[in-house]
Design a binder for this molecule. Sequence first.
Ligand code: ZN
Length: 502
Amino acid sequence: MELENAKKELLQLQERMSAYNHAMGLISYDGETTAPKGTAQNRAHSLGILSEITYQLSTGKDTVALLEYLDAHKDELTQKEKRMVYLLIKDIRFMQKIPMEEYVAYQKLTVESQDAWYNAKMNDDFASFEPYLEKIFDYQKRFAHYAAPDMDPYDYWLNEYEPGLSRRVCDEFFATLRQRIVPLIKACGEKDQVSDDCLKGDFSEDKQEQLALWLMETMGLDRQHVGLSTTEHPFTTSLGSHLDERITTHYQREDVSSSLFSVVHEGGHALYDTGSDGDLAYTVLDGGVSMGIHESQSRFYENILGRSKGFIRFLFPKLQELFPDEMRPYTWQDVYRAVNRVQPSLIRTEADEVTYSLHVMIRYEIEKRVMAGELSVHELPCAWNKMYKEYLGVDVPNDRQGVLQDSHWSFGAIGYFPSYALGSAYGAQFMAKMKESVDVDAALAQGDFAPINAWNKEHIWHFGSLLTPREILDSALGAPFDPAYYLRYLEEKCRDVYGLDY
Ligand code: ZN
């Protein structure tokens, strides 16, 4: 095989894969958004066939021969080509170890189980979701075992979502957080309580949608390439990275902050994906590299920027314009304090920044125990409720607001949750570094995201998946990752909002 030809074929292969991923992503996205509720089986059928084709395309002997040839010539490849070959071979090695029937059956299962989760959540009926979830955990254990027989299955999945992550790293990271976050929550709880009345009222969906679109534009999202729709659980999906990105939100009529911060969070994911260099289109390098770095961006926009004094002050006139009656009695300072209120609660996605990591730790501990066979899926609701009481001091009234609240497990994302806490901590350190060269406060005060986005693009986004998460952290931060930045950031926020002498 001639090298130049092989390089061309490498690109063609990825273009074909992108097309299948586009189709499969669109079918899934449709299922979450506009498809009528009775169509899951039809989607599962099509996805089953498409995943069979992609399985064959990825593991077929032509593909394997091509990639092995290129791998043998890796010294003659560019950095981009080398990374493409590395990522593709890694995927193939995984696929080759999974029997095709199991792979296809699993794809179908995740479609049906997402539907089962949705119905179970709506009807507060964990029992109807339990058999699906049991199968999902079983598959994830089995797949991990096929892929890396010598590795602990949970370590395998943690490392898939965030290369380098393991139970050992998580245990240490969470212990560090817990040591300072638990007393911080206690100290805030002993101060006068902050009211969040200004966020509650009657906020029409129509006006909330106007707010969402305004936020997207303010953040610098290109609405020609980034769509917005509504779902039970907000998410971002990439249908071709910088070419076509979809975000979703959930409007709660009685609480304006829910959709507001969802949009800014998902918008952060979309900024990252759409910020990849143009020449990465239709390759495996297009879009974000890991869930940890992804969440570092989404949670950076949602919290570090979105809940900052500067941004809230800039946002307030827009809230007054859209919701004049609701906002009349309040000032921007009321909104700033309300969105930073520290209050142990039931729902992760609506938790404040300080208690947030505890929600993640609960999910991490539960996944760890189920994957180790120490806890059965049947016992999940009970274990969940017990841990919410122990970690956050709250009583879970039903599974809908408890173990069924998140969709992640229904599509097999086991090992994903720690990325949220890790990403939050990365974000705080990115901010400290960004402030060395960008006047972030001045930019936010004017609602000018351009210099902030430019820094992120230069140091994080434009690489797509070219660099590993560790390489991105090292090159952007110029120092090792250190959760102390995050803890200092949280303490400073509490000092400001609660007047702690901490
Ligand atoms: Zn996210």
